[in-house]
Design a protein. Structure first.
Length: 309
């Protein structure tokens, strides 16, 4: 008899292309994913995936199975959301996904007070640069800095994040003052990779310093902070991180970098589930309480270094 769990493993492998990536998403070992695929192919007596240098690719039979399995998955998830929405208990698991720096410095510290008030709610905090699917129940709640591509979501702006340009004093002594009129020649830039949540800020940086050279790209804001703090170059960083890093100095710039919205996302079918609603309210209140840190007003001569020429 066909096992739905085998189909679930098959879909993860098709979507992510490798045993290791599918295993990470499913929180199992690579051998488990491979074993499930073998079981499904043996049950159906047909090869479903071909292994190529670019990853696993569906065969013609695999494409047909994928189409039918995704329909089954959609129905199962719809049923789960419907039943979950009727759960009136303030207990159970709530999966929250966000970027790494936001998880470590904003959300994780706040969850102690949530647990004190609601000890039966368990949070699974998933730092991930990519947008996890709320419809597929990869997460229940998402905190992001750009509009989602997913459908059937309720999106609310709960705050904003101010950015600044940072470097170390030793780096400025070595590379020279910033000459924005000439495009900051002889300087190094640390930017975010394409399709990251901070593309707007990275674009601002490269426009401000077109004669500089990008020496590091990363999908991790925390990696950019530490690279800049160790003299790696200029980086456009969230002020709540850059201002707190003692090795970094915020530079004066002709035009301030664009800020970013903090967006709270939940699937429309789950927003009224009591435990999820409680987590949504908690995150909103926590971000509101940090508004003075996330978007500090004004600046002074003590925390801004130099003058762009």
């Amino acid at each position: 008899m066909l096992d739905w769990d085998d189909l679930r493993f098959f879909l993860a492998l098709v979507r992510h292309g490798s045993l290791s990536a599918a295993a990470r998403v499913l929180h199992v070992s690579q051998s488990t994913v491979g074993r499930r695929l073998n079981t499904l192919e043996a049950t159906l007596a047909v090869r479903l995936l071909n292994r190529t240098p670019e990853g696993y690719v569906p065969t013609l039979a695999g494409e047909e199975v994928r189409e039918k399995a995704e329909r089954l998955e959609a129905e199962a998830l719809a049923l789960e959301r419907d039943v979950t929405g009727r759960d009136t208990r303030l207990r159970g698991l709530v999966r929250v996904t966000c970027a790494e720096t936001m998880a470590a410095h904003l959300l994780a510290p706040s969850f102690a007070s949530l647990h004190a008030r609601h000890p039966d709610i368990m949070i699974e905090l998933i730092p991930n640069p990519r947008e996890l699917s709320l419809a597929m129940r990869e997460a229940d709640v998402s905190v992001r800095m750009r509009q989602p591509e997913q459908h059937d979501l309720v999106v609310r702006r709960i705050g904003g994040i101010a950015f600044g340009l940072y470097a170390t004093s030793d780096y400025i002594l070595e590379r020279g003052e910033l000459n924005f009129e000439e495009g900051c020649p002889d300087h190094h830039l640390i930017t975010q990779m394409e399709d990251s949540q901070e593309m707007t800020q990275s674009a601002w940086l490269t426009e401000m310093a077109p004669m500089s050279r990008v020496v590091l790209q990363t999908s991790s804001h925390e990696a950019a902070v530490l690279a800049a703090a160790n003299g790696g170059g200029l980086a456009c960083l969230a002020r709540f991180r850059g201002d707190e890093e003692p090795r970094l100095i915020r530079m004066e710039v002709p035009t301030e970098p664009p800020s970013a919205d903090i967006l709270l996302l939940v699937h429309k079918d789950n927003r009224d589930t009591p435990r999820i609603r409680t987590v949504l309210i908690h995150i909103t209140e926590s971000i509101h309480a940090l508004a003075h840190v996330l978007q500090p007003t004004g600046s002074n001569e003590e925390d801004v270094q130099g003058v762009g020429v």
